[in-house]
Design a protein around this ligand. Structure first.
Ligand SMILES: Nc1ncnc2c1ncn2[C@@H]1O[C@H](COP(=O)(O)OP(=O)(O)OP(=O)(O)O)[C@@H](O)[C@H]1O
Ligand SMILES: [Mg+2]
Length: 420
């Protein structure tokens, strides 16, 4: 590697006359000489599929059983898998798919298992194209990325299945997002997808939907629901004890032996088990705690590192939520911050002021009141009805976050530069 402009000796650590250590050198020196706590950081990535899946035997069996007909060249029922976030749904389904795919190679008839996550797609069209590509419609001519009607994309997929007599399983992960996408454009296609099999002269199509939104079922068109959930598997929450065992198993492959203190594991499991036994949160906490400990040059990961990791995760989550708002919502959040504890009318004034400074055209009070309730639902601000005797009642709003977190998050938005 050749670097230009290296007039500072790369080995220089401390200037003896001033006792000054270059901050970059210090970090680089520490990184080279310091101990690493990780043996294999990659196994803490959310997409990693561990050898052992603990406490999910029943679920693995149920998902496998419902897909077994594939190996006998008959069509499995559609399947709906649901349970809270981080309960191992994606993991279990992916592992079952991998195992069936391996067996499918030995079969004389073609089996195609295709997977897509609706959260990663912005349109139903995109999601269908993703499936089509995996079924061999690889060229733009066979399946263009834009331009066709959704039902035409669907027809081409059906033709590809028939042409090759494919036995297919479409796994739609986070299917609740798909339900939202289709509510605008493709309600009928969603319905067709769940009943595709009835249309097929040759081959088969089974739909496996995964969701962590338990209310999603209630929002589905009953016809879609009845065919999607021909079979159902529910993933229950992990207990704190189970999370601890899952962590211990992962620690063996991720960290150098004896680098995680038992108290830290216990705290990590307790913190992630408290709400609903989320294994993803537990593994993320552990990874971030490991990184913090390493940065601090600590010899082990201790309870304090787990606590710091938890704070950092909370802050990151808030920052992401704040940054995802459009400009006027951001202005309104700042409006609440500046008129903290005030009523809607005063907050509207504060918002209008901010619009003036940033040269934005203000929205109507009616729209702003509506936005306030929307933001309140996410928990970033909280509203309280105050009764004022004969003057009726009014609602007062408070920011639930630290003002510094808001400022830090919005600093990245150039339109708000003058305000912060
Ligand atoms: N029983 C388990 N054994 C080992 N690791 C697990 C187990 N359950 C979950 N995990 C790990 O926890 C993380 C979350 O699991 P997964 O992605 O399967 O959750 P999910 O139920 O699909 O959640 P979501 O609904 O949020 O998508 C992954 O890193 C996964 O490897
Ligand atoms: Mg998942």
């Amino acid at each position: 590697m050749a670097l230009a402009y290296t007039n500072v000796s790369s080995t220089q650590k401390t200037d003896k006359t001033t006792n000054y250590t270059d901050p970059i050198d210090k970090l680089l020196n520490d990184a080279v000489s310091g101990k690493s706590l990780f043996k294999n950081r990659g196994v803490l990535h959310f997409a990693f599929i561990p050898e052992v899946i603990l406490h999910r035997d029943e679920e693995q069996k149920k998902v496998t059983q419902s897909l077994i007909p594939l190996l006998k060249q008959s069509r499995p029922s559609n399947l709906l898998v649901y349970g809270k976030p981080g309960t191992g749904k994606t993991l279990v389904v992916k592992k079952v798919l991998n195992k069936i795919q391996e067996r499918a190679k030995e079969k004389s008839f073609p089996i195609e298992l295709v997977y897509a996550n609706s959260k990663e797609e912005t349109t139903l069209y995109g999601l269908l194209v993703k499936f089509g590509r995996q079924l061999g419609l690889t060229s733009q001519k066979e399946l263009p990325t834009t331009g066709l009607s959704i039902s035409e994309v669907f027809n081409r997929i059906i033709s590809a299945i028939e042409k090759n007599s494919l036995n297919t399983v479409f796994v739609v992960d986070e299917i609740d997002y798909l339900a939202e996408l289709v509510s605008k454009t493709g309600k009928d296609v969603f319905y067709s997808l769940t009943r595709a099999n009835e249309r097929l002269k040759k081959g088969s199509l089974t739909l496996v939907g995964i969701s962590n939104d338990l209310t999603f079922k209630e929002r589905l068109d009953p016809r879609v629901l009845s065919s999607l959930s021909e079979e159902e598997t529910v993933f229950t929450n992990y207990t704190v004890g189970q999370i601890k065992e899952i962590l211990e198993e992962r620690i063996k492959v991720a960290f150098i032996p004896k680098t995680i203190e038992q108290a830290a594991i216990n705290l990590c499991a307790a913190m992630s088990g408290q709400e609903h036994g989320d294994a993803r949160r537990a593994i993320d906490l552990l990874r971030i705690a490991g990184e913090i400990a390493e940065r601090e040059q600590a010899n082990t990961v201790q309870e304090e590192h787990i606590r710091k990791a938890s704070l950092k995760m909370e802050e990151d989550k808030e920052t992401t939520a704040l940054n995802s708002y459009p400009l006027h919502e951001k202005l309104l959040i700042l409006g609440v911050m500046k008129a903290n504890g005030n009523s809607t009318g005063e907050i509207y004034q504060s918002y209008k002021n901010l619009c003036k400074i940033t040269r934005q055209k203000e929205l109507t009070q009616r729209r702003v009141t509506q936005m306030l309730s929307e933001i309140e639902m996410t928990g970033l601000i909280s509203g309280k009805i105050i009764h004022q005797g004969m003057h009726g009642r009014t609602k007062k709003f408070n920011l639930t976050l630290n003002a510094d977190t808001v400022k830090k998050a919005f600093k990245e938005d150039l339109a708000l530069e003058d305000l912060l």
